[in-house]
Design a binder for this molecule. Structure first.
Ligand SMILES: *Cc1c(COP(=O)(O)O)cnc(C)c1O
Length: 412
């Protein structure tokens, strides 16, 4: 068959790449390969596969070494990684992990050398923050937090830190949606004499609305539990890069840590990925309509949503690096913590649960749940108050959600 004359677009590639029906008795969709080990085609092929996987020799162009053992690699992980690459602008390789935290931890241990420092934006996802304070720092790594969105302070911290090894940015930051300028951070790491790597947790707006690799970021990290999975029924993580060598390094660590994503979860993601753009677009439209309808509500002191930003610098970053506002919004209620709890109790469509990015609307109280490990100082610095609720909008009809929120606001 002649080759297709041009590189197809992401929506097409996600359905056509990574899987060849000829290798699976003609199945039109990828089957699930539940096998912990793989039968070698010959002893020579086994020897060759081990040489390649241990990095003793490089596989030749177009060579497909035999599979070995599912902790190292398996067909469903390979298919999923090939499907993820076209969704992330400028990615050439991906590695999948059994959770977002596994992906984050493998990036940290994989790229922070002894004696080097981690710089991270604050606030971070609660689990990531906890990992830094309770595992990374006790292991002897220095870690410094810098306020998300503070472009000048981040550039200055990168410049001033001579032993910097890795920069981790989460943008928008959860639950305040503070956006951090990725272009400025990229420029700062490129000017640094030791050229630290720059990683971005792109869970909140990627892969549909924000494209860090295209800006010059080195590594993009996902909790695929959220939008990529989309139905709040699996845990998964992924890392993508422009430089395939970085991903190869992570795969080597993944084989040792044993944190590759299992075949069944990969298989579920094979079909979920094809609708991630559809879901995220609908969720973002819903959220924007709801946020803009709630703006003047008397029970709401402040509403945090990208189209409602008032800070000039935040508006500049939003316009420069995001395509659409996304489906997260946070409300600060006029009646404080009691009003926030009453709101959660009164909801009938939105459910009081942590996590985000699913087709169903979820609402939580960050201060007492996802961010309960933050110190008073970290909470204050991040702008998280006891009157705040975070909402992840799903694909229900937005008018039903708006009615549910208004009813709950007025129930107190
Ligand atoms: C959920 C989340 C994580 C952690 O991912 P898990 O899949 O739960 O391990 C990391 N970062 C962000 C921004 C998240 O929302």
């Amino acid at each position: 068959m002649p080759r297709f004359p041009y590189r197809v677009r992401p929506e097409t590639a996600v359905l056509t790449s990574g899987f060849d029906p000829k290798l699976s008795v003609g199945a039109a969709r990828p089957p699930v390969y539940r096998s912990s080990t793989y039968v070698f085609s010959s002893p020579e092929a086994a020897e060759r596969a081990f040489e390649v996987v241990l990095g003793k020799v490089r596989a030749a162009e177009a060579e497909v070494p035999d599979l070995i053992y599912a902790r190292l690699n398996h067909p469903n992980a390979e298919i999923l990684e090939d499907q993820l690459v076209p969704l992330e602008r400028e990615a050439t390789a991906a590695a999948v992990f059994n959770s977002g935290m596994a992906a984050i931890f493998t990036v940290m241990l994989g790229f922070l050398e002894r004696g080097r420092t981690l710089l991270y934006t604050q606030p971070l996802y609660g689990g990531t923050q906890h990992l830094i304070h309770h595992v990374l720092e006790p292991l002897g790594f220095a870690a410094h937090g810098v306020n998300a969105g503070d472009t000048a302070a981040i550039a200055a911290a990168i410049k001033a830190n001579k032993e910097l090894g890795l920069v981790l940015i989460e943008t928008p930051a959860n639950p305040t949606l503070t956006m951090t300028d990725l272009k400025a951070a990229t420029d700062a790491v490129q000017r640094h004499p030791r050229r630290p790597l720059l990683a971005v947790d792109n869970t909140l707006l990627g892969p549909t609305f924000q494209h860090p690799l295209a800006i010059g970021v080195d590594l993009v990290i996902y909790s695929a539990t959220k939008f990529l999975g989309g139905f709040s029924d699996l845990l998964a993580g992924a890392v993508l890069a422009r430089d395939a060598g970085l991903i190869e390094h992570m795969r080597g660590l993944r084989a040792l840590f044993g944190n590759i994503l299992q075949a069944d979860e990969c298989w579920m993601l094979h079909s979920r990925l094809s609708t991630v753009g559809l879901r995220m677009n609908r969720q973002s439209k819903n959220a924007q309509r709801i946020a803009e309808h709630l703006v003047d509500h008397p029970q709401i002191k402040r509403i945090i949503y990208p189209t409602l930003f008032t800070d000039v610098e935040q508006i500049r970053i939003r316009d420069a690096q995001t395509d659409y506002p996304g489906s997260l919004l946070s409300l600060e209620l006029a009646g404080g913590k009691r009003a926030a709890f009453d709101f959660l109790r009164a909801l009938q469509i939105g459910r009081n649960a942590v996590s985000l990015g699913g087709v169903e609307t979820l609402v939580c109280h960050p201060m007492t749940t996802t961010h309960s490990e933050f110190s008073e100082e970290e909470l204050a610095r991040s702008g998280i108050t006891d009157a705040m609720v975070r909402i992840s909008i799903g694909i229900e009809h937005w008018r039903d959600l708006l009615y549910d929120f208004k009813r709950a606001l007025e129930s107190g």
